[in-house]
Design a protein around this ligand. Structure first.
Ligand code: G3I
Length: 370
């Protein structure tokens, strides 16, 4: 039994958090301006504790609820508390990218990724591996030497094969799913003119999936892409690519839809688009949801943001093969958005003080009626 002062403190925290949550949810659903939460007094608690069931509990076994994780932020107890409480899946925002795990040839640095995996194991969370083959965050020792010439092609292919095999083998049994290939399409739907396409030709896609499957037969293997939320020329091209890879027997298990969005509604075709990919016999997932806005946030912007989050979780819930819903960071305190989009931010479900925003209430509310 808690001593009465502690009990009273917890009740006070719970009631204030409940008010925040209910205000956000009601406003998000009813289209009214939400009450913008004030952080609780510092003496009361570092983080508001929603008294509703956390998202991971509301989701049950239906789908995984994930967040990208900034491993440095795990040093922040407020960050750890919300991440562990709300999510049952984590994606490394940086820590598993090639430039992070092998900054110099043969010099591996997996300490940050290992820290994330320990956290995940302690909190009964799945680990979503991101990303094996990408045109960004490739270490300089790969892209700079050797120079891209026909003569360098075998060596480049060998480097990529070794990277995929090394990484998947190292994390075998601890990673639930991998983004095997990330963003292979250009905006017009043609294959992106990356180092991999230039040096290895289109066959690198199938090779990467086969190398990953051989290195960990249990891991789910995804192709992850952006700009493919609605039915559009790029998603049509992705659909044809996945269909052809499947027809050729390539071990691709799923397609990830990033959904880095703004305050405008998602395309009305989003659910149908997810469903047509699922009909190819693959899982689908929302892998990197965020919704940026001009800062500072206003009640109206937060309401529109909540509507986008609610639309995204609703689309995923409407497609039985949508197996996970992952946000690209859960708090504005550590989001990548302001750094990459000056003047924009506030893109996540929790504010700078780790207080839930209307978007959180909207996702929770949609999960509650699933
Ligand atoms: O770590 C260095 C730091 O030492 C240096 O002082 C600082 C100066 O710019 O840069 C820091 O590195 C930054 C890194 O994030 C860590 O914060 C890089 O500049 C920056 O480019 C990098 O951005 C990441 C971006 O991928 C790289 O393309 C974002 O955090 C990360 O959220 C973003 O994630 C991608 C997904 O992997 C794929 N889909 C799109 C998504 C958003 O762009």
């Amino acid at each position: 039994m808690l001593p009465p002062p502690r009990l009273a403190q917890l009740v006070a925290i719970g009631v204030s958090a409940l008010l925040v949550m209910v205000a956000g949810l009601v406003a998000g659903l009813a289209g009214r301006d939400p009450v913008v939460a004030e952080p609780p007094p510092a003496a009361a608690a570092p983080v508001a504790q929603p008294v509703e069931p956390p998202l991971r509990v509301l989701a049950g076994d239906r789908l995984a609820i994930g967040s990208a994780v900034n491993v440095d932020a795990l040093a922040d107890p407020r960050y750890r508390a919300v991440l562990g409480r709300e999510f049952n899946a984590v994606t490394a925002e940086q820590a598993m990218k090639w430039s992070a795990v092998e900054p110099a040839k043969g010099r591996y640095d997996r300490a940050a990724a290992d820290r994330l995996i320990v956290f995940a194991q302690q909190h009964d969370q799945r680990v979503y591996g991101h990303a094996l083959v990408w045109h960004k965050q490739v270490p300089g020792w790969v892209t700079d030497t050797p120079a891209e010439t026909p003569a360098s092609r075998p060596a480049t292919g060998e480097l990529l094969r070794r990277h995929v095999e090394d990484e998947v083998s190292y994390f075998r049994g601890r990673v639930w799913a991998w983004d095997v290939v990330n963003e292979p399409l250009a905006d017009d739907g043609t294959l992106r003119q990356s180092i991999w396409l230039r040096q290895l030709g289109p066959g690198y896609l199938a090779d990467a999936f086969r190398w990953a499957r051989a290195a960990d037969p249990q891991a789910r293997l995804f192709l992850n892409e952006y700009g493919v939320e609605g039915v559009n020329p790029k998603s049509d091209a992705l659909y044809a690519l996945v269909r052809d890879l499947r027809a050729a027997g390539v071990p691709i298990d799923g397609v990830g839809f990033q959904v880095h969005w703004t305050l405008d509604p998602l395309p009305s075709s989003f659910t149908d688009n997810l469903a047509r990919f699922a009909a190819l016999g693959v899982d689908v997932a929302i892998t990197e949801l965020d919704t940026r806005m001009p800062v500072p946030a206003t009640p109206e912007r937060l309401r529109r943001q909540a509507a986008v989050y609610q639309q995204a979780i609703g689309a995923c819930l409407a497609v039985p093969r949508c197996v996970s819903f992952t946000v690209w960071g859960f708090t504005d305190a550590y989001s990548w958005v302001p750094g990459a989009h000056p003047g924009l931010g506030a893109a996540t479900m929790f504010d700078q003080n780790l207080i839930p925003k209307p978007a959180y209430g909207a996702v929770a509310g949609r999960l509650r009626i699933r």
